[in-house]
Design a protein around this ligand. Structure first.
Ligand SMILES: N[C@@H](CCC(=O)N[C@@H](CS)C(=O)NCC(=O)O)C(=O)O
Length: 203
C-alpha cells in the first residue's frame, strides 16, 4: 500500500488523522501541491482528477476520496470504530460526517480557494465573490454545531468518530482561510480543544 499525501492540505490530513487514530502506518509519498506535482503526468495517471489523497493498494487498485480511503482502513482495522457501530450509530455518524463535509469543509475550502493568492493556479478562475458568499455559511453552520455540542461530547454522539476528524480539519483550515471561530461559541471551542489535544491531531 502507498498513500499519496499532500502536506498541509485538509483532505490528506483527514486520512492521516484517521490512520493515527487507528494506530496504522502506511508508506507515504508527498505530492508537492505548491509545485503543482498533482497536475503532472505521473500523478494524473494515479488520479485523473488531480487531487490528493490517493491510496494505491498492493494489487494496483487506486482509491481516491478521503472517506473512501478511511472506510477501507476501517474495514481492515475495525477497532476503534470510527464510522459508528450498529445500524443507528453508523447512520448518525454518516449523517454528521456528511453535514460537516458539505456545510463546513466545503464552504471553508471555497473561501480559501477563491481568496488566497497561493491558490490562483489551482482554482481557475478564482471568484472572490464566491469566497465572500461562503463566509456567512461557515459561521451559520458553526453556530448550529455549537448548539448541538451543548448536550454531547462529540459531533456524532459521545464517542469520537470520523465526523470529529472532518470537523477538526475544517476548523483548523479556517486559519489559512482567514476565518475565526467566534468567541461566543463556547461549546464548539470546548470540543475543538478536546479533539485538538488527541495525539492524532498532530498528524
Ligand atoms: N473529495 C476529495 C477532495 C480532494 C481534494 O480536493 N484535495 C485537495 C487538497 S485538500 C487537492 O488535491 N487540491 C488540488 C487542486 O485543487 O488542484 C476528497 O475527499 O479526498
Amino acid at each position: 500500500m502507498k498513500l499519496y499525501d499532500g502536506g498541509r492540505a485538509p483532505n490528506p490530513r483527514r486520512v492521516r488523522v484517521f490512520l493515527a487514530e487507528k494506530g496504522v502506518t502506511v508508506p507515504t509519498e508527498q505530492v508537492d501541491l505548491g509545485a503543482l506535482a498533482h497536475k503532472a503526468p505521473a500523478f494524473t495517471a494515479i488520479n485523473p482528477l488531480q487531487r490528493v489523497p490517493a491510496l494505491v493498494l498492493d494489487d494496483g487498485t487506486i482509491l481516491a476520496e478521503s472517506i473512501a480511503i478511511c472506510r477501507y482502513i476501517e474495514a481492515l482495522h475495525p477497532e476503534p470504530p470510527l464510522f459508528g457501530s450498529g445500524a443507528k450509530d453508523a447512520a448518525i455518524v454518516e449523517m454528521w460526517q456528511r453535514r460537516v463535509e458539505l456545510h463546513l469543509l466545503f464552504p471553508v475550502a471555497h473561501v480559501f480557494r477563491n481568496s488566497h493568492p497561493a491558490m490562483k493556479d489551482m482554482e481557475v478562475p478564482q471568484v472572490p465573490a464566491w469566497a465572500e458568499a461562503n463566509k456567512p455559511r461557515v459561521l451559520e453552520f458553526l453556530a448550529m454545531l455549537d448548539g448541538e455540542l451543548k448536550d454531547r461530547r462529540h459531533i456524532a454522539g459521545d464517542r469520537y468518530s470520523v465526523a470529529d476528524i472532518t470537523g477538526l480539519v475544517s476548523v483548523d483550515f479556517m486559519k489559512p482561510a482567514k476565518l475565526a471561530v467566534p468567541e461566543t461559541l463556547g461549546n464548539l471551542k470546548r470540543w475543538h480543544a478536546e479533539v485538538s489535544a488527541r495525539p492524532s491531531a498532530k498528524a
